[in-house]
Write a protein that binds this ligand. Structure first.
Ligand SMILES: Nc1ncnc2c1ncn2[C@@H]1O[C@H](COP(=O)(O)OP(=O)(O)O)[C@@H](O)[C@H]1O
Ligand SMILES: [Mg+2]
Length: 274
């Protein structure tokens, strides 16, 4: 099996992502939930599985890391943010008191959120991040090829040969002209992985990539994600409730720890926060 070549300067080492002292809160009819990221460091090319039970905040973490969910305002600010899903930090002790950090690929994303620099955030998201949603998220009216090319089109990084490379690497070359409904679930999932990688992001995020497939396919998907991330030089973060499978596939684990008494989860990786 051949794979796509590592993308440009993506092959270098060092720190790819740092999130520390930030949180995201949801307030809904049932109450409030806060995910506190005490410390999360990801080296370039590292593979990490965020693990924990359903509802502990794994998808919320991917949203924060993927610049799709805003960090809470500093806890002393108590300012309303005016966004529907964005809770306010009314529990003084829940949100971190430090100013926090959210840096991706050398860019200060937290400063962009604080300045509400939506255009720059969208640019950074588009350039640096590939996201595989839990449901795959392919557009049903586009062929697999068109779906995969979408991110390249949006980011202006058209590279049809790289799409062909990825498709060969993922074993879906023969299905590229089919619509999502015309291929098997596993092939759709592979296309979603190819789409997330097509613009050569430095960070690949995958939300529960094994949740809806047969156990034998689950191992294959983890291997595949690891393989293509390595070949393209991307760091990889997945969310999963299956810690044993992720460990067996060679991922390092970042446990989301639900608080015993509050609808609150903390995450510190690597190791415990000081
Ligand atoms: N859009 C939302 N609005 C309100 N509450 C939400 C929203 N998304 C998630 N939550 C709540 O946040 C908590 C964490 O959810 P989530 O991050 O999806 O957990 P996981 O991915 O680990 O299953 C849950 O209590 C969930 O109900
Ligand atoms: Mg989830």
């Amino acid at each position: 099996m051949t794979g796509p070549a590592a993308g440009g300067d993506a092959a270098g080492g060092g720190l790819l992502l740092e999130a520390s002292g930030i949180s995201h809160s949801f307030v809904n009819a049932g109450g409030r939930f806060t995910l506190v990221v005490e410390r999360f460091l990801l080296a370039a090319r590292e593979r990490v599985a965020v693990v924990g039970p359903s509802g502990c905040g794994k998808s919320t973490l991917l949203g924060l890391l993927g610049l799709a969910l805003p960090p809470d305002p500093p806890s002393h600010g108590q300012a309303s943010h005016g966004q529907s899903s964005h809770g306010q930090s009314s529990h003084g002790q829940a949100a971190p008191r430090e100013p926090g950090r959210l840096c991706l690929d050398g860019q200060d994303a937290l400063a962009l959120w604080r300045r509400r620099a939506g255009d720059r955030l969208a640019e950074l998201r588009g350039e640096a991040i590939g996201f595989v949603p839990q449901t795959g998220g392919l557009l049903p009216f586009l062929t697999l090829r068109e779906n995969i090319l979408l991110c390249q089109r949006i980011t202006g990084r058209l590279a049809p040969r790289f799409v062909a490379d990825l498709a060969a690497c993922l074993g879906i070359a023969a299905q590229l002209e089919s619509l999502p409904a015309q291929v098997a679930v596993g092939q759709r999932q592979r296309a979603a992985v190819a789409r997330a990688l097509a613009h050569r992001p430095r960070l690949l995020l995958a939300d529960e990539p094994t949740a809806s497939v047969h156990p034998t396919q689950a191992d294959q998907i983890l291997d595949l994600l690891s393989y293509v991330a390595e070949r393209t030089g991307a760091g990889l973060v997945i969310a999963t409730h299956d810690a044993a499978r992720a460990t067996a596939a060679g991922f390092r684990l970042a446990p989301c720890r639900p608080d015993a008494t509050e609808p609150l989860t903390r995450l510190a990786y690597p190791g415990e926060a000081a």
